[in-house]
Each structure stands twice: as structure tokens, then as C-alpha cells.
Design a protein around this ligand. Sequence first.
Ligand code: S3P
Length: 439
Amino acid sequence: MKHYRINPGGSFVGNIKVDGDKSISHRAIMFGALAEGTTRVRDILEGEDVKATISAFRKMGILIEHVEGDYLVHGTGLHGLRQPQSALDMGNSGTAFRLLAGILCGQQWSSTMLGDASLNKRPMGRIINPLRQMGAEIESNNDRPPLIVHPSSGLSGIRYELPVASAQVKSAILLAGLYAKGETSVKESAPTRDHTERMLRGFGYQVNRDGSWISLHGGGSLSAGQIEVPADLSSATFFILGALISKDSDLLLSRVGVNPSRSGVLPILKRMGANVERANETDVGGEPAADLRVCSSRLVGTRIDANDVALAVDEIPAIAVAAACADGVTEIRGAEELRVKESDRISSTVIGLRNLGINVEEHSDGMTITGGRFQGGEVQSEGDHRIAMAFSMAANVASGPVKVADIDCVATSFPNFYQLARKAGLDVEAVSAKSTDEP
Ligand code: S3P
């Protein structure tokens, strides 16, 4: 097991491009596999989560080549997947697991999906229930992985109101809907990221939106195309955070995805007084992208509610670190979904903040943070990439060195984090646990 040892005091300067968007990368492989023809994907995220998706589709007979930096996905159409010879291991990835479950329900053969220790604890009833309503035959371990999906006698479209604001659940239902008779409609309780809808349309599949209802008709086909993956805003957020809270920082992040259905972190930080400017707004493969310039800023506390959370669900640990550096109090509410992410992120964040000397009160659905000054110390990642990266940035403004323990998880979403953090100005070393060289 490795850890980061960080000495505080750096400034974030220069120009970096963070790794490709995880959500879009998963979908590019999946939809490319289901399309007719070959899809070329540029700037895909080569993180562990996406590798799990690639390996699952290879096991289902899809040829995925890595050519001159691009990935070529040779699609076989909606009915061209083959039965895998062994279980599909989706590793740490909830997105890969839930979206693939929707696809597997439409197949004429049985398959098993499993995950790592963290994924095996995450709730799957939220996809199993609607998929069963569509006619899917699914066995589970008390609504947790592993899942065995059997061929059904045919799926039918449903009208389904999502009980949780989840793009993963919405997407699983829509993907099963590709195989269903009639229309499948999903109503969002709050807007969530719409990468599935955008990319299906990009592959020539009609997806309709009527208010908060999203619907499609089964039985169509997807046509292959070209996809360029923008830089991942969730990964960029750690660098935005680092630059905001550190002195003398001026950092440019290139071609970051700023899809409004998932860029809620930007208005939240703006409310807190963040100096983040957008330039060169463009369209990258049907997704809005922009360069983001971030400078050191004096932050103030804010209130974050359920609607904010749905649009910034992966960014709350980073926002919490920003809140700890802000003047005044920040209250985060309506964030109970964070309890069922890669770790219980409310608990992991609260413990990490307290370990570094911040006054924080935990709620069932969030936390109240009083701005202060980080002290040196140790934070456990709890095997959660976003906790590891958020506290690596906190470390830069601590009063002493910080150890962030168990950092292998960072590779799930951001394999270049370490190199880019060092390049941008963070004094970080990756230390193997064998070493006695403690901070
Ligand atoms: C994702 C949706 C979000 C997010 C995850 C990626 C996606 O999960 O947390 O990292 O790609 O659809 P939920 O929609 O379940 O909140």
C-alpha cells in the first residue's frame, strides 16, 4: 500500500490538461460496442474503472484496439454481444456496473457481474427494481453485487420516476430500454448528468426530453462515430481547489468538460468567492468544454442543498476542503447519496477534516464546516480516490506535512494525478508503505 507525503507551501501555476472524463469514457466504450461500425475514441481516460469496462466488452467478443493513442471500438450492433466465458469484474466502478446491468438485461444469455470490496457493498436495488419491472430476470446478493442476469422472455418499456437523483440509474433504465418493446421513460427527481442522452443522440438514436421526463423507443440502432473525450471536470476540480486555496496561484486547465448537468461545482465555488474564468468555450464530441483559469482566492462559506448536490455529486469532498479554508461556516445538506459512493464520503470527509484540525459537525445528510487552518497530520483515503485527492490539496495549505494513506485508488479515475500535481506545484512524494520514511 502506498501513501502520499506532502509538504505544504506550493503554488499552482502553469497550464495542465487533466485526464479524460470518466463518465464519457465508459459510455464511449459501451455505446461504441453496441453500435454498427467502428467508433474511434480520442483522449479516453485510461483509468482502472474504464479498463474494467474495456475488459468486460472484450470478454463479450468486442474488438477494442489501441491505435496511435486512440481507441477503436469495433461495434457489433445491439444484438452482437457474445456470452462471456467468466464473470464480468467491474472493479471499483459503480458507473460501469450499473450501466452494464441495463445492457445485460437485453441479452439472450446469462451473465454474472461482480466488483471489488467497495462495490460489493453498494446498493443495486435502485437498478434491480426498475429493471425487473421491465421484465428482467436478475438475482443478487440482497440487492448488492454480485448480480446474475438471466435471459428474459422480453423486456417492455416502463414509465419510471427515479426515487434518487442518479444518472447511473437513469442510464441503466434507458439502456435496457434500447432492448424493450415500446417506450421507456424516466423522470428525474433533480437534473443529473446527461451524458447518456447526448451520446445516444450522437450515435443517431432518438432520445426525447419533456420537462423532467426522458424517453426513448426500443428496437432502433446506433451508428458508430468519432468521439473526443473532454478533460474530466471532477478531476480538474482538485486542481481548481488547489489553486484557489494556495497562495500566488494562477493555473490554466485546458479543454475541461463543462456540461451544465454536472458542472454545479463551478457556481458553488463562485458563490464562495472563487476566481475561475472560462475561455475558449467549445464543443467536444457533443459536450461543452472550456479552458478554466483559476487564481488564488479568498473564499467565504456558503449553504449547499440537495439541488446543488445533484449537479456536483462527485465534487463535495473537494468543496468541503474549500469550505475548511473559507471565512465563516458552510452547511452541506441533502447529500445523503454520498454515503453510498466509493466510500461513505460524508464520514470519510468529516474524519479527514477533523484529523487536520478543522471543526466540523456531521449530519446524516451532510456536514457543517467552520473555516479554519489545516494542521499537519494523517488522512486515510478509505480506498476512495476523491478523498485521497481532495486531502492532497488540503495538505498544501496545512501548517505541517501531511500523509494521505492508501492512494492506489487514485488510479481508478485519475492515473496522471501524481505527475500533474507535481508539475503544477504540489510538493508530493508517493511513498511505498514499506518505507519507514514518514512525514
Ligand atoms: C456517474 C454518475 C454519478 C457519479 C459517478 C458517475 C455517471 O453517480 O457519482 O461518478 O457516469 O453516470 P450517480 O448518478 O449514481 O449519483
